[in-house]
Design a protein around this ligand. Structure first.
Ligand SMILES: C[S@@+](CC[C@H](N)C(=O)[O-])C[C@H]1O[C@@H](n2cnc3c(N)ncnc32)[C@H](O)[C@@H]1O
Length: 251
């Protein structure tokens, strides 16, 4: 819980009950296919948020998924989603910190993580992910990726704007992080994400009604900091520089 308190952006997600990654459902499917997820594949979803990827991997691909997140409130949303998807028997939930995964070494065939390592110590989490993978296992990562190099000054603006803990990297930097913890990077690709793409994937994942209810956040005075004009401008600026990268790494 103490960890959650420190991560202010996570408090925002908890309050609105919504999390997401750039690339939306398309990116999740692409990772699943690159990682050859199929019936009975043992998958760990690190930083599952409200559980969209975990539920899709169980329902569409028949995977046995363990979905982990630091946030109790987001896990409770994820459990509700598992019921709606009717996959409670194939998805189990664990509240834990990604920096210390509570699993034995070699427990999983595949680890998926979407839009999580940018909010963490990526090397530390990367090492943990590698440890819990079986030998030859695959890590499918989707992370915020700078499409062009930004100045240190601008990077700082994003970092503070997004709750003080957000480390996007270029595609080359992400690959070197993954290599530095012992992975072989089999494939990578970077894509632009427009605000419209982002909005549409929220709609697809949560539907218009859930999305509109969550927009009620504008009326919560505790969350005003994220919706002030400077913050909104920064988020739009970020989208000029950043997109998402998909990385397929082998242990
Ligand atoms: C941008 S959301 C992405 C959620 C989900 N992967 C998705 O694509 O919808 C980031 C998620 O990472 C989780 N998270 C951030 N830091 C974490 C940590 N140290 N340990 C576990 N989960 C963490 C947050 O609680 C949040 O659910």
């Amino acid at each position: 819980m103490a960890m959650t308190k420190k991560l202010s952006i996570i408090r925002v997600w908890e309050s609105v009950g919504i999390t997401q990654h750039w690339g939306g459902p398309w990116a999740t499917r692409r990772l699943a296919e690159f990682c050859k997820i199929g019936y009975g594949t043992k998958v760990l979803d690190v930083g599952c948020g409200t559980g969209y990827a975990a539920c899709v991997l169980a329902k569409k691909y028949g995977a046995e998924v363990t979905a982990l997140d630091v946030s109790k409130d987001l896990l409770s949303e994820a459990r509700k989603r598992a019921k709606r998807f009717n996959v409670q028997d194939r998805v189990s939930f664990v509240q834990a910190n990604a920096h210390h995964l509570p699993f034995r070494s070699g427990s999983f065939d595949v680890v998926i993580s979407e839009s999580v390592l940018a909010f963490c110590d990526a090397k530390k989490v990367g090492k943990e992910i590698r440890r819990v993978l079986k030998s030859g296992g695959l890590f499918g990562s989707n992370e915020a990726t700078f499409l062009k190099k930004v100045s240190k000054e601008y990077e700082e603006v994003f970092r503070h704007g997004l709750g003080g803990k957000f480390f996007a990297h270029t595609e080359r930097e992400w690959k070197s992080i993954y290599k530095s913890v012992g992975f072989e990077v089999l494939h990578s690709e970077a894509h632009r994400e427009t605000p419209m793409d982002d909005f549409m994937s929220h709609m697809v994942i949560d539907g218009p009604w859930a999305f509109m209810k969550r927009v009620g956040v504008v009326f919560d005075p505790k969350l005003r900091w994220i919706l002030n004009p400077t913050m909104i401008r920064r988020i739009f600026d970020l989208m000029n520089y950043a997109g998402y990268g998909l990385y397929i790494c082998k242990k």
